[in-house]
Design a protein around this ligand. Sequence first.
Ligand SMILES: Cc1ncc(COP(=O)(O)O)c(C=O)c1O
Length: 366
Amino acid sequence: MPSATRAGAYLTVDLHAVRANYRHLRALGGVECGAVLKADAYGLGMAPVAAALVAEGCRTFFTAHLDEGVRLRTLVPLDATIYVMHGAMPGAARDCLAHDLVPVLNDPGQLEEWRALARETGRVLPAALQFDTGMARMGLAGADVDRLRQDPAWLDGLRPQLVMSHLACADEPLHPINLHQRQSFDAVRALFPGVPGSLANSSGVFLGPAFHHDLLRPGAALYGIHPQPGGVNPLAQAVSLAARVVQLRSIDAGDIVGYGARYVAPGPRRIATIAIGYADGWLRALSGRSYAYVDGVAVPFVGTVSMDSITLDVTGVPDERIAPGQSVDLLCAQQTVDDVAAQAGTIGYEVLTRLGSRFHREYIGL
Ligand SMILES: Cc1ncc(COP(=O)(O)O)c(C=O)c1O
């Protein structure tokens, strides 16, 4: 990681905010609250985030990839459960077992893979079963449910300890698919009396108690992303980002700025170039559409976002406040992850998970 004096940009992760968000979600659900730490805890850093959540009492974690689970296993207490959501992919079963990871079984092939290992080791292996309730992405399908109904021995050698599904439109509370998915999930759960169920991701937690079941499975909301766009975000912002000024220049009317000559100065302008670009996850789609903040005052992006730099119109900002080496804010009280996502035409998840590796990172509350 670059030192604070050498970095082009500083990322600050507030672990107090992550912890507060975890407590908020757990209190809202009134049931166990797990945490999704895939993609390096959505870009915030798996190790510090895991430590913060463990301190809050979290003992159930989800990763997407096997190797994320292997890493997480070294970071959480032995009694913590780690589910690998991509499951027992071909060739992965043995490593899941070796690292005490529970695969989420998503299709008959994964189920058979895990059962084969159970037979080979003479053990009954724990498993999570994921059912597709309408998203057609991952999970056992309707025909598999029929087979399970007719032939419960299909699970011989396995001990299901979680039944789960995933919501397609939880961030749209009025979308009819939410109710449809919940009813399908409740129907399939009835086949597994006594086995805990989990349906709610972050937004699902805000759909009400009928969606909470036994275990909440939030990722984004832990990291401050607004779970139900519109209205006030009930969660605390966990990330702030500032980038340093590399260079300042004055330009005249008619001068162009940046690749593609997309910005033509309408009059004399002062331009600041900052040391962050799309290689750091500050998306090219933000060209001409986003802002940096200098002491809380917005200065617009002008021209095209480059790989390593962005040009700002800082006309009118006092010289003593905008000199090379000084920093401007990109994620701050005035501009949240969700704001930046909206400017780029994407979602906060993508903004966070693309945060680059060239930042100097600081963790508050480590
Ligand atoms: C199966 C599953 N569960 C839970 C989550 C967490 O979702 P969110 O970040 O919206 O809380 C994800 C994230 O994509 C997921 O794929």
